[in-house]
Design a protein around this ligand. Structure first.
Ligand SMILES: Cc1cc2nc3c(=O)[nH]c(=O)nc-3n(C[C@H](O)[C@H](O)[C@H](O)COP(=O)(O)OP(=O)(O)OC[C@H]3O[C@@H](n4cnc5c(N)ncnc54)[C@H](O)[C@@H]3O)c2cc1C
Length: 305
């Protein structure tokens, strides 16, 4: 795309309703917890459902690739960047509405899981403490059925509003087919706009103490001092990925700037200057070694864009 066409496209995106910002050639490393990724051709912040719909129609109309990101905490963005539009949700998508009496809480897809856990805890609504240390958004959390310490989105989510083919549909947790790090929206297009949760009444101090305790456990066990995208691999049936990786002598294994964490072998960390190619190669080495030595195929949990 030449500079003139690019500028024209940028202006056309800016003119769509509900668009809060359009940044050309925005480094994805600034929008992913891995701190990896080349430029997004157009990095768009969308503030309303109408805006999301308009953006999807615009991209479809000019045959431009479009993908939505949450907080980029479970993705590996390519070194060469992403052509087309990469969009994130803010504005209306950052709203939380709570009905303390019924325990029903509706949160926009752009709300941080940590903020949602803290806000509901303060209102004396329990059920989201498990999410208090997950660095993702409500949208990404629902898509991935994020979970930790015995809790998962599936346990507390009643329904989600999803934009599918220009229509906002309310999908129940059952329709979303949430299972271990999976939802049906991984296999078909659909933009999660919000999630509605049903929580239980509890003493706020008790819930806040639980969040603090779980965050303390994370600090102890996880390499939070290095950029990463969380657990690199899904838990294989009957095994723990970290234990298998460690038993294969891969703890600390390094490719370029990427390494299997010394603190938690289930994490791949960016020691500084890691590229997406380094991470992909390390994933391959780990998969191959574990398959050879243990006969178990590890599946990445990280979404490779
Ligand atoms: C230090 C660390 C600890 C972590 N601990 C945990 C943990 O304990 N448990 C756990 O489950 N995960 C954990 N993660 C992984 C990650 O935080 C979760 O998977 C989180 O739910 C991802 O949310 P996100 O907003 O960052 O999504 P992103 O990484 O931005 O996106 C993930 C996927 O969701 C899609 N997506 C995002 N928003 C939407 C939307 N609104 N509609 C449709 N699709 C969307 C994206 O296209 C992408 O395919 C951890 C990550 C880190 C870095």
């Amino acid at each position: 795309m030449d500079a003139g066409t690019k500028n024209n496209t940028l202006q056309r995106i800016e003119a769509l309703p509900g668009i809060l910002a359009v940044l050309p050639e925005e480094p994805l490393r600034d929008h992913t917890t891995f701190r990896i990724g080349g430029p997004a051709e157009f990095f768009v912040t969308v503030g309303t459902a109408e805006g999301a719909d308009a953006l999807i129609r615009f991209a479809g109309g000019c045959g431009m690739p479009l993908r939505f990101l949450g907080f980029g905490s479970n993705v590996l963005a390519p070194d060469e960047g992403l052509r087309g539009i990469t969009a994130v949700l803010a504005g209306d998508f950052q709203e939380i509405r709570m009905d303390q009496a019924s325990g029903v809480v509706k949160a926009g897809a752009g709300v941080s899981l940590a903020n949602l856990a803290a806000a509901t805890a303060k209102e004396g609504l329990a059920g989201l403490a498990f999410a208090g240390g997950i660095p993702g958004s409500v949208g990404g959390g629902i898509l991935m059925n994020a979970g930790a310490y015995g809790g998962e989105m599936k346990d507390v989510l009643r329904e989600a509003e999803v934009l599918i083919d220009g229509t906002v549909r309310t999908m129940t947790a059952e329709e979303l087919q949430l299972s271990y790090r999976h939802s049906v929206l991984m296999e078909r297009p659909g933009l999660i706009l919000s999630g509605t949760f049903v929580l239980q009444k509890e003493d706020p101090e008790k819930i806040l103490a639980e969040i603090r305790e779980l965050n303390h456990r994370r600090q102890e066990k996880q390499p939070l001092n290095y950029p990463s995208a969380g657990s690199a691999f899904k838990r294989p049936e009957g095994y723990f990925a970290a234990a298998l990786i460690e038993e294969c002598g891969l703890k600390g294994k390094q490719v370029g700037g990427a390494a299997v964490s010394e603190k938690h072998s289930g994490f791949i960390v960016n020691l500084g200057g890691a590229t997406a190619a380094d991470v992909r190669e390390l994933i391959r080495v780990v998969q191959e070694t574990v398959a050879e030595q243990k006969g178990v195929r590890l599946e990445p949990e990280i979404r490779i864009l």
